[in-house]
Design a protein around this ligand. Structure first.
Ligand code: DP6
Length: 343
């Protein structure tokens, strides 16, 4: 586990015209919350994540030189509005770098169950970065792909890599990228995802992180403590100390939510059902089970535990999640190109 060789291999010499890539979601154990540059997607802090082995996104990009505009198909349906606009804006970046004016047909299949509470933008833009780079003949170097994916959605920069990845905030486009981070093979973690509310969020993470940075008096102290959390986390991963990994992830996530609660007006993603799941995880800990929580821009709760305990943890949080679905994930693979037959 950890700094394994990348599975991403891309032809560098020429555009293929058509390429298909697959990428998985990732969950941050040290959070990205706040940008220092909104155009370049430069984050205010470094972050660190685990790529999951569930819910891949598969994206095919086919150049359509004769077409007047891009076509975006999402789970078999023609996409319009903001989702299609984000993809076209991303392809514009790719075209600018490739010196191409060719439009493209983007066909994406996302296996995250609707409303699973796992952001599909990370796997989505990681898969799109890999497929579009191959189709337009751009550099397939993992760092270049991570930088490109970042421009679609910040967290996508980390989904290029298997297992654990750190995203260096950097100070400009070149220096802001993710890369694999070392972890002991003894870690053997699972992430139990408890879906407590599958509805759409009221405030997008993009808006919420901006408001937090602009108005929360707790933001700067959190950003400072997050740097310390990151170095503690890296050491705990190398030691294979899952208890420490969980403790650090939990305090970092709770701290992030505290910064939002102190924003003006407050951003509150956690619901009563989220708190019930948090209580059930405390009960597990009292019973001697190693389990810690992390939460993102929504009410769903992810519980980090030993793989051997995952079924027990899932059963406990399922009871607390008030009918919500529960999924068990392990560390997953990095983004990669598919050969056509694999699709
Ligand atoms: C809470 O990557 O979705 O999940 O860069 O604006 O697209 P944009 O935001 P996004 O934010 C993710 C925030 C988070 C924490 C994390 O994944 O690190």
């Amino acid at each position: 586990m950890g700094a394994e060789p990348l599975t991403t291999t891309l032809p560098r010499e020429r555009a293929t015209g058509t390429a298909t890539a697959v990428a998985h979601p990732n969950i941050a154990l040290i959070k990205y919350w706040g940008k220092s540059d909104e155009t370049l997607f430069l984050p205010r802090t470094d972050s660190l994540s685990m790529t999951l082995d569930i819910f891949p996104t598969t994206t095919r990009v086919r150049l359509a030189p004769a077409a007047g505009e891009d076509t975006v198909v999402f789970n078999g349906e023609h996409a319009t509005g903001e989702p299609a606009h984000r993809i076209t804006a991303f392809l514009d970046l790719v075209r600018e770098r490739a010196g191409s004016t060719d439009r493209a047909v983007v066909d994406t299949v996302n296996t995250v169950p609707t409303g699973a509470g796992l952001a599909s933008s990370a796997s989505g833009f990681a898969a799109l970065a890999v497929a579009a780079s191959a189709a337009y003949g751009l550099d397939g170097d993992p760092r270049a792909l991570s930088r490109l994916a970042r421009r679609g959605s910040g967290s996508a920069s980390r989904s290029l890599f298997a297992d654990f990845a750190v995203w260096h905030a950097g100070t400009d486009d070149l220096s802001s990228y993710a890369e694999p981070v070392e972890a002991s093979a003894d870690l053997d973690p699972a992430l139990v995802v408890a879906v407590v509310n599958a509805g759409p969020k009221e405030v997008s993470s993009r808006t919420a992180m901006r408001r937090t940075m602009d108005t929360s008096p707790l933001y700067e102290p959190w950003a400072l403590s997050s740097a310390a959390d990151l170095s503690d986390m890296r050491a705990a991963l190398v030691r294979g100390d899952l208890a420490a990994v969980g403790e650090i992830a939990e305090r970092n996530a709770l701290g992030m939510h505290a910064t939002m609660l102190a924003a003006r007006p407050a951003v509150r993603y956690l619901s009563p059902a989220s708190l019930t799941v948090l209580d059930s995880v405390l009960e597990l800990r009292r019973a001697g089970v190693l389990a810690h929580v992390t939460m993102d821009a929504g009410p769903n709760v992810k519980v980090l535990c030993r793989r051997a305990d995952a079924d027990r943890v899932a059963a406990t949080v399922r009871a607390a999640a008030q009918g919500g679905a529960v999924h068990i994930a392990g560390p997953g693979p990095g983004a990669r190109l598919l050969i056509e037959d694999e699709r």
